[in-house]
Design a protein around this ligand. Structure first.
Ligand code: C2E
Ligand code: MG
Ligand code: MG
Ligand code: MG
Length: 275
């Protein structure tokens, strides 16, 4: 199945090596190449809707990798690999550059960019992000950085400093996958953020699990009390949407509205709302 070039590289590894390790090493090498040539890598965009579900208010940049042999590999699989290989910085900067460029075409929309905890703690992170936005002639206020509570771990003092600087520069900050970590509440008490994104596991428990409505309602109330925007992730059904609206949620994101689409399809996505 492997292309001739790929096959040659497989030979490089010790034949006694476990097949899965060999594949992993090969995939790691391929990721490095893909990033170097920006080949088979793309940034897709998923809309975030206001609570009516009719207006797009933001776009989340989500990376896609179409491996020449293995096909599409989900970011949940290759992001950890990129982190291990030290490629996450380069990858994250490329995504920000793309997102910044796209922000110019859609002046009414905020573009959300995911930031890995490793990237967040890397030296020069704030300066690099500031410089990229500037080079692309957009404003930090057009960009929302999505972080998870992983950034808190180890050095929360350092993380707080970085967060403060990012907000001073004008970046928006969203807390991604809210509720899934150890100490989401602890996180909120330490850092000032602009938005909470309720993890899709909570959205999808609505109407399925007892107490799920109570949990979602209290997160939304908490966010409101703190003056934050609350976005629900993973909205797939109109009954989930109705429950979220009822609970006072501000924004919705999920397959009910759209999957992430290539840049060329953003216009079509936005045209839908004008009906
Ligand atoms: P995330 O930031 O929480 O992104 C939301 C994920 O949920 C995306 O998966 C999206 O496609 C998926 N999703 C959206 N709506 C629905 C829905 O209604 N139902 C279901 N089942 N899923 C939905 P994706 O694109 O596979 O990304 C997975 C994770 O990979 C992201 O989670 C994020 O943590 C990470 N990721 C993606 N792109 C980047 C990137 O450029 N940089 C970094 N550091 N991480 C990224
Ligand atoms: Mg995200
Ligand atoms: Mg999320
Ligand atoms: Mg996630």
């Amino acid at each position: 199945q492997a292309k001739s070039q790929g096959r040659g590289q497989y030979q490089f590894f010790d034949p006694s090596m476990d097949e899965s390790i060999k594949t992993r090493l090969q995939v790691a090498t391929d990721l490095r190449q893909a990033l170097l040539h920006k080949q088979n890598l793309a940034v897709y965009y998923q809309p975030q809707m206001d609570i009516s579900g009719e207006n797009v208010v933001a776009l989340e940049a989500l990376i896609r990798w179409d491996h020449p042999v293995l096909g599409a590999i989900p970011p949940g699989e290759f992001i950890p690999l990129a982190e291990e290989m030290g490629l996450i910085i380069q990858l994250g900067e490329w995504v920000l550059r793309e997102a910044s460029r796209v922000s110019l075409a859609w002046p009414d929309l905020v573009i959300a960019v995911n930031v890995s905890p490793l990237q967040f703690r890397s030296p020069g992170f704030v300066e690099h992000f500031e410089a990229i936005v500037k080079q692309e002639h957009t404003l930090p206020s057009r960009i929302e950085l999505e972080i998870t509570e992983g950034v808190l771990i180890e050095d929360s003092k350092g993380a707080k400093k970085i967060m403060t600087r990012l907000r001073e520069i004008g970046f928006h900050i969203a807390l991604d996958d809210f509720g899934t970590g150890y100490s989401s509440l602890n996180y909120l008490s330490h850092f000032s953020v602009d938005k909470i994104k309720i993890d899709r596991s909570f959205t999808q428990a609505l109407g399925v699990t007892e107490n799920s409505m109570a949990i979602v309602e209290s997160v939304i109330r908490l966010g409101q009390a703190m003056g934050l925007v609350v976005t629900a992730e993973g909205v797939e059904t109109s009954s989930q949407m109705a429950a979220l609206a009822e609970a006072g949620c501000n924004q919705l994101q999920g397959y009910l509205f759209s999957q992430a689409v290539p840049e060329g399809q953003i216009a079509t996505l936005l045209a839908r709302e004008e009906k």
